[in-house]
Design a protein around this ligand. Structure first.
Ligand SMILES: Nc1nc2c(ncn2[C@@H]2O[C@H](COP(=O)(O)OP(=O)(O)O)[C@@H](O)[C@H]2O)c(=O)[nH]1
Ligand SMILES: [Mg+2]
Ligand SMILES: [Zn+2]
Length: 296
């Protein structure tokens, strides 16, 4: 067998940073890449800013390692933990060919990408996902619009996700709109590895802060019925932007996914993770607490 140049352990480890707003499809993309690894062993770093990393649980088994970064946002509050994780990767250089970092939905991908410029690593690209059904509204939103615009501007590659949810005409409008919002290469999802990797980090951008999003962890009772769960999920306050996790309903593990107004409950195999609910900056805290209390 000819030597695989990717396995040169003295070469810097390529880093791809995957950003995009809550629910844009980041974990789905990571799982697609892991399912079609093209011979690469990935180290996957996932950041959920709750105490429980639901995303790490939702990432498929793979040849490399999944490392969860919890209890803070990697772009602003868990810098030390992140630096330690990178040191671990450097020490285990020969175990991996590529690093994928899933940034939390409100995080600043470009700030995270700067870590890809530290010794031992090579920043490959900042990939930002834009959900076809929501990106234009989100970009106009009073509270999160700046975050959305900055994420798009900072991208080297923008992947348009959820094209199945819009008409062909609308998809064309979205792509045209995106060319006004970013200089990034725009590709349609689901995007495969060759479209996403290769040295193309441009490295010009302005770091952004991001508005506060409230994260709540909910551990429902084990005797919850599917109907109760469904009703509760449907009654979520409008400020709840994202709900995710694996819980028991009718004694069966189910994956709960809600993004904006869309939601689904699907059978899955365990283990259960509890639920994480993320509410936007304009949150009625009492209403949110009352809603959460209904399930506790
Ligand atoms: N219809 C549709 N749903 C998608 C697509 N990509 C992701 N989703 C769904 O959107 C929800 C959020 O996806 P996820 O990958 O967890 O988003 P993340 O929060 O950015 O990591 C899940 O219910 C996914 O199944 C897509 O291309 N089309
Ligand atoms: Mg995710
Ligand atoms: Zn942050």
């Amino acid at each position: 067998m000819s030597p695989n140049p990717r396995n040169d352990v003295t070469a810097p480890l390529p880093v791809t940073v995957i950003g995009g707003y809550l629910g844009a499809g980041k974990t789905t993309l990571v799982n697609n890449l892991l399912a079609n690894p093209e011979g690469r062993r990935f180290a996957v770093l996932v950041n959920d800013f709750g105490a429980v990393n639901v995303d790490a649980a939702l990432i498929a088994e793979h040849d490399g390692d999944t490392m969860a970064l919890t209890n803070g946002c990697i772009c602003c509050s868990i810098v030390d933990g992140f630096a330690d994780t990178l040191q671990t990767l450097r020490d285990r250089r020969s175990d991996f060919d590529h690093v994928l970092i899933e940034v939390s939905g409100v995080g600043d991908p470009w700030k995270v990408a700067q870590w890809g410029r530290t010794p031992g690593f090579a920043l490959d690209a900042v990939v930002v996902l834009a959900s076809a059904d929501t990106i234009v509204d989100q970009a106009d939103d009073l509270y999160i619009g700046d975050t959305i615009h900055a994420q798009l501007r900072q991208a080297d590659v923008v992947v348009v996700t959820k094209l199945d949810l819009v008409t062909t005409a609308r998809a064309n409008e979205i792509r045209a709109w995106l060319t006004t919002a970013t200089d990034a290469t725009i590709v349609d999802g689901p995007a495969s590895l060759p479209l996403l990797v290769g040295p193309r980090a441009r490295g010009t951008s302005d770091p952004i802060g991001h508005p506060e999003h409230a994260t709540s962890f909910i551990s429902p009772p084990d005797d919850l019925s599917r109907t109760q769960l469904q009703t509760w999920l449907r009654d979520r306050p409008a400020s709840v932007l994202r709900v995710k996790g694996v819980v028991l309903a009718d004694a069966q593990p189910v994956l709960v996914q809600a993004v904006g107004a869309r939601d689904e409950i699907t059978n899955t195999t365990g283990p259960t993770t509890g639920l994480v609910a993320i509410a936007g900056p304009a949150t009625d805290r009492d209403g949110l607490d009352r809603w959460i209390a209904r399930l506790r």
